[in-house]
Design a binder for this molecule. Sequence first.
Ligand code: GEK
Length: 255
Amino acid sequence: MEPKDTLYSDYRERVADFVFDDAVAAVFDDMIRRSVPGYATVIAMTKVFAEQYAAQAGSVCYDLGCSLGASALAMRKGIICPGCRIIAVDNSAQMVKRCTEIVALDKGIVPVEVFQADIRDVPIKKASVVVMNFTLQFLSPDQRDAMIQKIYDGLRPGGVLLLSEKITFEDADKQAFETDMHHEFKKLMGYSDLEVAQKRKSLEKVLLPETLEAHKNRLKKSGFAKTHLWFQCFNFMSLAAFKESTTAERRKPPG
Ligand code: GEK
């Protein structure tokens, strides 16, 4: 069984900025499942998106900010098209080490390469599915346009970007409500008020959420023809952004 996340359970005089170190990598699966409402649904549906959109032989599926590889392994289960492979990237050495071990234990047959790199430096080529589940939010906002543009340019026509993020709201009441509900979710998942408060402090300068509109505008500006909000639970959402294609390129035939 995965170890339980108790990293913020003891009072800290000074809460340092959050980093993806050994301690976090060791409990990450438990941490993200109990912190992100709908995480299990987003991962489960990543399989379905891969099944539908990794439909071009020889294409590449990317998991950008892979952590322990949950999205990469979901895609591995879903891909039915021959000759596809998966590239999973994270810049945390500790995450990459654990992810490599986890992928090695998985019985899937689609090739998965896991490597340590900054996603800003990774070339995206011949992509059919690019997954960025809760990672763009950790890039500095002024670097996000270039990241999305690079993904758009590297996607084949008919490809999809799955972009899952924590979001913020313009309306102060809505922001307060969604933040509150997220904290209630964390308490329901067994975190104490102290844990919630200390974790929030640690992420304050590290995880910088934007509005849904800001994400949609960026995707549109980068060239994505269509963007669907397919999942939202409180202040967490996932968008599917499609690169235009002819019908023949689009997806696996129905039935
Ligand atoms: C999942 N997608 O389980 N380059 C590479 N990796 C980065 C960068 C960067 N510039 N910045 C952050 N990361 C996963 C969950 S977690 C989300 C993703 C969270 C990595 C960082 O090391 C971490 O592993 C991941 O992005 C974000 O579906 O913790 O809220």
